[in-house]
Write a protein that binds this ligand. Structure first.
Ligand code: CO
Length: 199
């Protein structure tokens, strides 16, 4: 028995409408993917990478985890970055955080959440590195600032990976950007923390 039938129905309607608008779309995509962008974003269901920038399947290579964190020992994330940079030759890596991020909120609290506390520890570190910037802020402003500083920190982490450092050393054109998305109005903001070379 097919479960979640409504999702299969929606899938068929979606594929049919794309085929009608652009015959051959899927067969040409099936031959290769050549995305220019790697997106590293939050797993939050309200921040769907390809949709919020109005692109189509095939245009963005995506990695998502809770609170868009890039950790130097996370083989999953590093493998995605390596494949994107070395094989797909993406030109832009975008770290996209978002305001009202549950992971960031949890990291600012002192409650226990189980296993995920080990993941959130990395965000608590971002707070600790920047503690003086939070002095005198309301809780809401602290949350917004931590969402932004977390993006900036992950941009630095990506830029410091051997993958990106070697790409720059070899003269590969590669930019690392830090963006933040507002789930209240659907608007993206560039945090102006881009890197394009290690020189
Ligand atoms: Co989030």
């Amino acid at each position: 028995m097919k479960t979640l039938k409504h999702l299969f129905d929606k899938n068929l309607a979606w594929a049919t409408s794309i085929n009608k608008e652009n015959p051959g779309f899927f067969s040409s995509l099936a031959k290769q993917q050549a995305p220019k962008y790697l997106w590293i974003g939050c797993s939050d269901s309200r921040v769907p990478a390809t949709q919020i920038v109005g692109l189509s399947p095939g245009e963005i290579f995506v990695h998502r985890n809770i609170a868009n964190v890039v950790i130097h020992t996370d083989l999953n994330c590093l493998s995605v970055i390596q494949y994107a940079v070395d094989v797909l030759k993406v030109e832009h890596i975008i770290v996209c955080g978002h305001y009202d991020c549950g992971g960031i909120t949890a990291a600012l609290e002192n409650h226990e959440h189980g296993l995920i506390d080990n993941w959130l520890r990395h965000i608590k570190d971002v707070y600790r590195f920047n503690a003086e910037k939070f002095n005198g802020l309301t809780h809401e402003k602290k949350l917004d600032l931590l969402c932004e500083l977390n993006v900036t920190e992950q941009v630095k982490n990506i830029s410091n990976t051997t993958i990106v450092q070697n790409a720059w050393k070899n003269g590969q054109e590669l930019y690392v950007h830090g963006w933040i998305y507002n789930i209240k109005n659907g608007i993206l903001k560039d945090l102006d923390t881009s890197f394009s070379s290690n020189k």
